[in-house]
Design a protein. Sequence first.
Length: 383
Amino acid sequence: MNKFYLSAAVVAASLTLPALPAMAQANEIVIGITVTTTGPAAALGIPERNALEFVPKEIGGVPIKVITLDDGGDPTAATTNARRFVTESKADIIMGSSTTPPTVAVSTVANEAGIPHFGLAPFPITPERAKWSVAMPQPIPIMGKVLYEHMKANKVKTVGYIGYSDSYGDLWFNDFKKQGVPMGMTVATEERFARPDTSVAGQALKLVAANPDAILIGASGTAAALPQTTLRERGYKGLIYQTHGAASMDFIRIAGKAAEGVIMASGPVMSPETQADSALTKKPGLALNAAYEAKYGPNSRSQFAGHSYDAFEILKRVIPVALKAGKPGTAEFREGIRKALLSEKDMAASQGVYNFTETDRYGLDDRSRIILTVKDGKYVPAK
């Protein structure tokens, strides 16, 4: 079990610990976080875990106790972790996971238990998951629209799709059909691959043979570099679009020269320096990147770090309100957080300005997105 105590100092260590206390103490706020720090999606979960080093140690005068567990990207493991937070840790708040399938699993547990849940990956928030869950990443329709608008401006008519063979891949393909097709584009061919796959040569050959004007890759983390590099190796010369799930420096490191010219939707945390001073996302983005790169090196910034960091930016606004309703460890406090998420407005963070409602559990608008390309091994604004 990885345990982070933020009430005194952040400790990042892998230890085998005895069972957690049966009751959360009223003088601390317990937050259980399940992320993916091993397996194919570790490039997402590790920055989310690392960003916990830079979040508040107390909010509203109350110490914060954070417990982190690795789920390996497995929905079953994520479910087990979430249930431990409920039954053993008596968590006031649950966060996670790093990819869509385990996030759905965590949301289900949190809504059954009546505990506020912050998803760190895009996921479908159905009515049975809407009461207690919100999502920190940008919703796919907002990020997709900026990509399709770029396609249209560049006279793209046919689009090939390759994405994960899971709910994340489905979300992107369905969004393209819903938004991109009405803009005048058609699907040339659809291919899928699994997150652990080490080759997409067959899928790439089919995409190249279809010869679409552009290819959209619905993947995330370092695995998004696999189709990017394979398509270029197989001779595809057209435009390649990547989703915001791929926006990290690791993508450039792994894809190398094949990353040049990619068009990528991204959260603003990847380039706060280029934002106007009036942008509410600029200050938190600069603060996170300065702290993160000071510890992990230049150009180590990651929008995945922004997801967990921003959850605490939101908590800085809602916890003081919730404390008026009840003490940590009580149903009144948890209900207070749920209500404060809806009552607090314009909550600025590194990835967007959040305004949650009963029907909008993402709470973001166009201020949560930018569009980038890679030039000479660096992200720059795309034209």
